[in-house]
Design a protein around this ligand. Structure first.
Ligand code: DGY
Length: 351
């Protein structure tokens, strides 16, 4: 330790579950914000001399905010897999490594997508309301008839980890599964072969064909300029009138005003949403649109997974403090790798 050495400073923009505090507190001075910061507040916090920030998907890590952290800020460790709220190009320019929490939330998010398919298709919330309101007067042949999963066509937009996990579940339900791997992407590099257990069981089709042939469209793409409003009025109009849309990805992938119009005018039959274009606000009328189930962004919200996310996020932060490239870096080129001699940071990552 040099004479001027100090403990690293770590900022959490929201309290994280165990084991994050247990991992971080022995190593750094940890400050936890009590409410989500605005861009100006976050910039002010970072300008105060933060070495690593553990952020949420709602935090605006804009170019200006990242600049405010320079030159001391080494890493933005997100407690989320999606990182569309971070200007990663600006982060790379500022030598700030950005990390996320992939894999650990795949199964829970896939479960929730299937739960939404069932909830919309089998009208689960309508049934719950009937019973609670005392309107269930006994079995009837025509009561709350819904759509079956078995035999219907699931269209997956995006076929990464979560899309594949949804495919496995859907196949177990007897659905016919189709996918378009990178709708909206400009990248034309050939995609890797389908995983062995899905090859021959999932049919790859182009985006227009996916839209026109599916009974359920489930979205599993990252939010990028190419996927912003991927599902717009024209896409909805290309779908079957009986189709439903499931979104557990990011709200702006769907043009929410166009979705409300499509639901209200019978262009499609329903939607199960966990994410919104302007969270937590809803597009006008969405809460009254027929055939909808609306959840408050809980795709990864199980105790088990949130703990795993907290651990991954904190371990990425410790790597950054220790001067080793964090394993879940999404912009590894930004990493200079140099140990900061002015910090009493750990020389190795504790187990
Ligand atoms: C994520 O991690 O990106 C999810 O949207 C929330 O867990």
């Amino acid at each position: 330790m040099t004479a001027a050495a100090r403990r690293p400073r770590v900022l959490l923009t929201a309290a994280l579950p165990d084991p994050a505090p247990r991992i971080l507190e022995p190593l750094a001075d940890v400050r936890v914000l009590e409410r989500p910061p605005s861009a100006a507040e976050l910039a002010g916090e970072l300008a105060d001399g933060v070495d690593v920030v553990l952020g949420q998907l709602v935090d605006p890590f804009t170019a200006d905010v990242l600049r405010a952290g320079a030159p001391g800020l080494r890493a933005v460790c997100l407690y989320a897999v999606g990182f569309s709220n971070v200007d990663t190009a600006a982060a790379s320019r500022a030598n700030v490594v950005v990390t996320n929490t992939p894999d650990v939330l795949t199964d829970d998010t896939a479960d929730l997508a299937v739960a939404l398919m069932l909830a919309v298709g089998r009208r689960l919330l309508d049934g719950d309301r009937e019973v609670r309101a005392g309107r269930f007067t006994g079995w009837r042949p025509d009561l709350l008839l819904g759509r079956r999963m078995h035999g219907s066509v699931l269209g997956l937009a995006g076929f990464g980890r979560i899309g594949q996990a949804v495919a496995r579940r859907a196949l177990a339900f007897g659905m016919r599964v189709r996918c378009t791997r990178r709708p909206g992407a400009t990248d034309t590099t050939p995609a890797a072969p389908l995983p062995a257990d899905l090859a021959g069981r999932v049919e790859e089709v182009n985006w227009p064909e996916l839209l026109s042939s599916c009974d359920v469209l489930s979205l599993h793409v990252p939010l990028t300029p190419g996927t912003h409003h991927l599902v717009d009025g024209a896409a909805l109009a290309a779908m079957k009138r009986s189709a439903i849309v499931i979104n557990t990805a990011r709200g702006p992938v769907v043009d929410e005003a166009a979705l409300v119009h499509a639901l209200d005018t019978g262009v499609i039959a329903g939607a199960g949403l966990d994410v919104y274009e302007d969270e937590p606000r809803l597009a006008p009328g969405l809460d009254r649109s027929p055939g909808t189930v609306l959840l408050p962004h809980v795709g990864s919200a199980t105790l088990h997974t949130r703990r795993a996310m907290a651990e991954l996020c904190a371990r990425n932060a410790v790597h950054a403090l220790a001067g080793t490239l964090p394993p879940q870096a999404v912009n590894p080129d930004a990493w200079g790798g140099q140990l900061r001699p002015d910090l009493t940071a750990p020389g190795r990552v504790p187990r």
